[in-house]
Design a binder for this molecule. Structure first.
Ligand SMILES: O=C(O)CCC(=O)C(=O)O
Length: 299
């Protein structure tokens, strides 16, 4: 199974991203693609806010321009019984240590011709600024990707700076995606074409984006995210865009949880509860309480 050597680890620490061949067989890549394509075709998880259009207002009135499924493993558990999961977990342990935990999986689909560009952003901009994070995302290409169908692009070293100010594409707070409006130079970007089965990893703070899908086929990718338990932020930070965000996805999720989905959600999350230390247990319990409170308060 693929491991990183010392030079690769050093490059990842320097640049905030790293591409490599996952070594996963074409047969397994095709199986992952088929499973995820079926979930998208069947529109699973729409009502609970798992399926959404990251680049539209997501009210079903227009074809989705960047459909995504959060936690597709909830609908197809075989996704995490895969060589991809095992490989990613091993590499995440190399990078983050043995306390690493599996945080999330996401299915990314850019439809042919209408698949939108992914705005430049830092993943951490979506997260609660009260914590410090250490995470690594594994982006697996499920067909070849290049500049025509929207391969990933990164600003090297951007993960060593702060979280930059973010806004909404077109200034529309109903859109799920965030767009970095801070100072960085897109001319520094490194684009990452990959064959099917190629993988690129990035840190939660690396500025990244992708071009639209101008090809005639779906551009699909499967993402696994691993992290260490977030710790209270060392400096006070404000991400004002988070309070302004008003997505249909979040509304559907709240309504679903209020109507009984919360129990399903907590049941699915049970495997994430770790008894490794009092600290991790308290963190997990606080998360569960926050999920209940969000549902009650923001209704
Ligand atoms: O696939 C894309 O176009 C964007 C993916 C992304 O932003 C991510 O994996 O963090």
């Amino acid at each position: 199974m693929m491991r990183l050597d010392t030079a690769m680890i050093e490059r990842f620490r320097q640049d905030g991203f790293l591409a490599f061949d996952s070594g996963i067989s074409p047969h397994d890549i095709a199986a992952l693609r088929r499973t995820l394509a079926r979930l998208h075709d069947d529109k699973v998880g729409f009502e609970e806010g798992a399926l959404f259009d990251a680049m539209g207002v997501d009210d079903g009135s227009a074809p989705a321009r960047f459909p995504q499924i959060l936690h597709p493993r909830s609908f197809a558990p075989e996704l995490v019984a895969s060589d991809f999961y095992r490989m990613a977990r091993g590499i995440a342990e190399q990078l983050l240590g043995s306390a690493v935990r599996f945080k999330a999986d996401i299915s990314l689909m850019k439809p042919p011709r209408i698949g939108e560009a992914t705005p430049w952003h830092q993943d951490e901009a979506f997260q609660d600024p009260a914590f410090d994070y250490d995470e690594v995302s594994f982006w697996l290409a499920l067909q070849p990707v290049d500049e025509v169908n929207g391969c990933m692009a990164y600003i090297p070293g951007s993960h060593r700076g702060p979280v930059l100010p973010h806004g909404f594409p077109g200034g529309d707070a109903r859109i799920h995606a965030l767009e970095c409006i801070g100072v960085f130079d897109p001319r520094d970007a490194v684009t990452i074409p990959l064959p099917a089965g190629g993988c690129v990893i990035h840190n939660q703070r690396t500025v990244h984006g992708a071009k639209p899908n101008a090809s005639d086929s779906d551009r699909m990718a499967y993402v696994l995210i691993f992290d260490r338990i977030p710790t209270p932020a060392k400096v006070v930070r404000h991400f004002p865009w988070r309070a302004e965000h008003r997505t249909a996805r979040a509304r559907r999720e709240r309504e679903w949880r209020r109507n009984g989905g919360l129990l399903v959600h907590l049941w699915r999350q049970r495997k994430r509860v770790r008894l490794t230390s009092l600290g991790t247990l308290l963190f997990d319990m606080r998360r569960a309480v926050r999920a209940v409170r969000r549902m009650v308060v923001t209704g």
